[in-house]
Design a protein around this ligand. Structure first.
Ligand SMILES: Nc1ncnc2c1ncn2[C@@H]1O[C@H](COP(=O)(O)OP(=O)(O)OP(=O)(O)O)[C@@H](O)[C@H]1O
Ligand SMILES: [Mg+2]
Length: 496
């Protein structure tokens, strides 16, 4: 496809010369002396370059350039100017022109600037987008983030109105990530995705409002697992470059999705094995620890009888440390074999207050505001209070540990009677988690704390899931963390 160049100059003679010269260089030229006609041409189709005269009556070239940029944001513009107006030309560059050409034109300079404008444009658009995308893909193990980056890159690189990444889930195409303006209609985009997946290659079809839909399949394992779809505005016709770029993005997306799945599979397999081993080791440690504790207590008492205060203190430290070890060991063993739930009717507000008090006792941090907002309509429910207390306590302790003075911890509940679901929210405006931490927070033994065991989150989720509920986390570094628990409640005594 020939590159399209728009030339606007109110001097007919110059216009003709420029058109001839550019055509001789192999370009498809639209030359006009009328700014309104130029804007109409930009409305009708995309250009690769525009040459705009600086001084035209009554229009100013820089303003015309800005109107062109409103239609096609990254259109490279060369401002043409006569000698003596260099300062204005410099200003034009500051306002978004790619470069300026001084009249009369010097053939070599003319040729060089035109090809540089064209080449630079292609170069930045490919290199910068690919580099940014590559970095995102390398830096995150979170599928959702990868797909967001792909959608964004597709919009930027193709000048499309919008882009959506669809994934096939249980036979249905689900939009997983999107960028650009929201689509007026999803069905056309979905149909495009389905067509690309059927064909196995990028496809083009008519979109809403006269635009074009381009879809490229996302081939993850044996077959397509989804598609990357972009939709352009009516005047933008995607060219072969755009198709190629889209196919490239979708193949990068596919690699990233595959890697992330693979990583998750490996991680959960390895973790399960590690968990089993840890439970066995913990079990083996139980008896010797009990013995050690007994001897240490014995020693403590003997030394106390001798009245040796300093040594008593040492022995007490040994006992305390052994106790701590014992607690860790029984936590690990409990994790390996979670007890049957002992459900009984519980007033949840009381349970939540109790957990707050316990967390407070463990972390008597100064200057932390605690806000509670319980839904008074929540009825008593049949839950395992002991287990639920353990889960909530871990979340509250995490929140306290994330907070510094001046921070705020929120514990809130919302009761939805129609679905009999209680939503519990534990929120802090503390340090937050990086993407890496967030993606691993539920891994057994994953911790970023020097004294942590890395069991709290995994335990909390396991308790909630054994109650038939769900636990999710949102977090941003430096902004805080929100844990949301959705718990379907079995009615308590006298409940509905
Ligand atoms: N509210 C939070 N704010 C910031 N980071 C958090 C929060 N909750 C959890 N994390 C991160 O998740 C990691 C795992 O949490 P988890 O509760 O499982 O273990 P831990 O707190 O490190 O140790 P412990 O087993 O003693 O609870 C933490 O080390 C921390 O990096
Ligand atoms: Mg914790």
């Amino acid at each position: 496809m020939r590159r399209r160049i728009l030339v606007i100059d109110d001097d007919r003679a110059i216009l003709d010369v420029l058109a001839m010269r550019l055509e001789a260089m192999g370009f498809d030229v639209t030359a006009t002396a009328d700014p309104a006609a130029a804007l109409a041409a930009a409305d009708a189709g995309r250009f690769d370059l525009a040459l705009v005269d600086l001084r035209m009556d009554p229009v100013n070239g820089v303003e015309l350039m800005e109107s062109l940029h409103a239609r096609q944001a990254r259109l490279p513009v060369l401002i043409m100017t006569a000698h003596g107006t260099i300062e204005t030309a410099v200003e034009a560059v500051q306002r978004g022109a790619f470069d300026y050409l001084t009249k009369p034109f010097v053939p070599d300079e003319f040729r060089a600037k035109v090809s540089r404008a064209l080449a630079t444009r292609r170069w930045t658009r490919d290199r910068e987008r690919l580099q940014a995308l590559g970095q995102t893909l390398a830096s995150t193990g979170v599928v959702a983030r990868v797909l967001d980056a792909v959608a964004q890159a597709a919009v930027d690189a193709t000048e499309a109105e919008r882009s959506v990444v669809f994934q096939l889930e249980q036979g249905r195409l689900v939009p997983m990530a999107s960028a650009g303006t929201p689509p007026p209609r999803w069905d056309a985009l979905e149909a495009g995705a389905a067509a690309a997946m059927d064909k196995g290659v990028p496809v083009t079809r008519a979109g809403a409002d006269g635009g074009t839909i381009v879809a490229a399949p996302l081939v993850v394992q044996r077959g397509p697992a989804g598609a990357l779809v972009v939709e352009t505005a009516a005047r933008v016709v995607p060219d072969e470059d755009d198709l190629e770029l889209l196919a490239l993005f979708s193949s990068q997306a596919a690699v990233a999705v595959r890697n992330t799945f693979e990583l998750e599979r490996l991680r959960s397999g390895a973790l399960a094995a590690l968990g089993r081993m840890a439970t066995q080791v913990a079990h083996e440690l139980k008896n010797p620890l009990a013995g050690l504790r007994l001897y240490a207590r014995h020693l403590e008492q003997r030394l106390a009888r001798r009245g040796d205060a300093e040594d008593v203190e040492l022995a007490t430290k040994i006992t305390a440390t052994v106790d701590h070890l014992g607690a860790v060991v029984s936590e690990i063993t409990a994790f390996g074999r979670p007890p049957e739930l002992q459900r009984a009717p519980v007033a949840l507000a009381g349970l939540l207050d109790e957990c707050l008090d316990l967390a407070q006792a463990r972390h008597p941090g100064e200057g932390i505001a605690v806000a509670r907002a319980y839904d008074a309509a929540c009825p008593a429910a049949r839950v395992d209070a002991r287990e639920l207390r353990k889960a909530l306590l871990n979340l509250l302790v995490n929140a306290r540990e994330a907070l510094v003075a001046g921070g705020r911890l929120t514990l809130a509940t919302v009761w939805a009677p129609d679905t009999r679901t209680l939503t519990i929210r534990v929120e802090d405006d503390g340090v937050g988690m990086s993407e890496e931490t967030l993606s691993r927070a539920f891994d057994l033994f994953f911790t970023t704390k020097p004294e942590g065991t890395g069991l709290g989150m995994a335990l909390a989720r396991s308790v909630v899931e054994r109650h038939g509920g769900e636990l999710g986390v949102q977090s941003r570094p430096g902004q805080g963390t929100r844990v949301v628990i959705r718990l379907p409640l079995e009615a308590g005594e006298g409940g509905a």
